[in-house]
Design a protein around this ligand. Structure first.
Ligand code: IPM
Ligand code: MG
Length: 407
């Protein structure tokens, strides 16, 4: 192929991508309001096991949700819908990140609890299809990836608002190999897409009386797309005069999260997709690793809650899947409860998770037969939840852990 032909082919490819993005912007503009859960009867909770240890830990999280929502299920306010088949084998068979019939099933739910799904990459035994995670976020337009990280004794109380449908991820599987020498990927930032995530962050700060939003970009170098993100942030900030804000570059931000003096000043952070991916893994590490964090993927119509760790296929190969730690997906289940209007149940579940995982630790998960099974651990959490003195217990532990204040 001549150089001219290669350029023509690349232009054509880019043209198609632009068409798709214009369509996406139109769809975004049409979806104005968030769904109201208190008008739904029943609220349909989808349960998706995923791959590897996913089905094992997700089943335990489901047990806990069923335990907490026993009455609501009886009264017809809530119903569960288990969706099978979002496995790497089935996705590979269909050559699709999410096979059509499964996507249809997902769309019958209002909220989804999802186990980890294996993401193939070049060189794996699987076809190099798009990540099911990324596809679900795009298909259901789950634009706000909300990831809280809390370590009270270190004074860390962060909530990350990671943009979840644009940036380097939007066309991550649609780059161009122009020829053997030249590969191009694209990053996408739209006004609408930036506006809605930044607004979600300011809204959250304002609602919770948190007087600090930090916008993270690399706008000094990535001038067009990150530049737009920062520009939109300036506009949104004007709508919230009561919320102070600042902006940081991702490199120094990454450093400041380990700076004990500075990091406690950050509260709500909003950032483009890839920076958010990286920074939230770093942040979760202070709390005990990605295995301890839950993650909410929120859109105006659907919402999906997931563990932020992977599918750990090695645990399954070695016959240890029943010893996998279900904490992260149970945290995600707590976020789900909070999101659909059961804030008190969510709060109690969060406390029970803290007590079992960080304070009391009557039994522990080690990932092997030396520790508890996922099912035993879920049982422990449910017993803790049944204790009427749960809140007192939690307060006592938190107090004991906090650094003594100077007089
Ligand atoms: C996450 C994960 C995903 C991502 C992977 C599995 C595609 O790392 O949820 O942070 O990059 O978003
Ligand atoms: Mg990640």
């Amino acid at each position: 192929m001549s150089q001219k032909e290669m350029i023509e082919r690349a232009k054509e490819h880019l043209g198609k991508l632009l068409e798709q993005q214009f369509e996406r912007i139109e769809r975004m503009k049409q979806t104005k309001d968030f769904i109201k859960y208190d008008t739904l009867r029943p609220i349909v909770i989808g349960i998706v096991g995923g791959d590897g240890i996913g089905p094992y830990i997700t089943a335990e999280a489901q047990k806990i949700l069923e335990f907490l929502l026993k009455d609501e299920v009886k009264e017809g306010k809530v119903t569960f819908r288990v969706i099978e088949g979002l496995t790497i084998e089935n996705r590979a068979k269909h050559g699709k990140a999410i096979p059509d019939d499964i996507l249809e099933e997902l769309k019958k739910c209002h909220v989804i609890l999802k186990g980890p799904t294996t993401t193939p990459r070049a060189g794996d035994p699987w076809p190099n299809i798009e990540s099911a995670n990324v596809a679900m976020r795009k298909e259901l337009d789950l634009f706000a990836n909300v990831r809280p990280v809390k370590v009270p004794e270190l004074g860390i109380d962060w909530v990350f608002f990671r943009e979840n449908t644009e940036g380097a991820y939007a066309l991550g599987s649609n780059g161009i190999n122009v020829n053997e020498d030249l590969a191009l990927d694209f990053t996408v930032t739209t006004h609408e897409g930036s506006y809605r995530i930044i607004k979600a962050a300011f809204d959250y700060a304002s609602r919770n009386k948190i007087n600090k939003v930090t916008v993270v970009t690399k706008a000094n170098v990535v001038k067009t797309t990150d530049g737009k993100f920062l520009e939109v942030a300036r506009q949104v900030a004007e709508e919230y005069p009561e919320v102070e804000w600042d902006d940081w570059y991702i490199d120094i931000m990454t450093a400041k999260l380990v700076d004990e003096k500075r990091r406690t000043q950050f509260r709500v952070m909003v950032l483009p997709n890839l920076y958010g991916d990286i920074l939230t893994d770093e942040a979760a590490e202070f709390q005990g690793g990605v295995g301890t964090a839950g993650s909410a993927n929120i859109g105006k119509r659907y919402a999906m809650f997931e563990a932020i760790h992977g599918s750990a296929p090695r645990m399954v190969e070695e016959g240890r899947a029943q010893y996998a730690d279900p904490s992260s997906i149970i945290r995600a289940a707590a976020m789900l409860l909070d999101h659909i209007g059961y804030q008190e149940k969510a709060r109690r579940l969060q406390m029970a998770l803290d007590i079992c995982g960080q304070f009391e630790k009557k039994i522990a998960i080690t990932g092997r037969s030396t520790g508890a099974t996922s099912a035993e651990y879920a049982e422990y959490i449910m017993n803790t939840l049944s204790d009427p003195g749960l809140e007192e217990k939690w307060n006592k532990y938190i107090k004991a852990k906090m650094p003594v204040e100077k007089e």
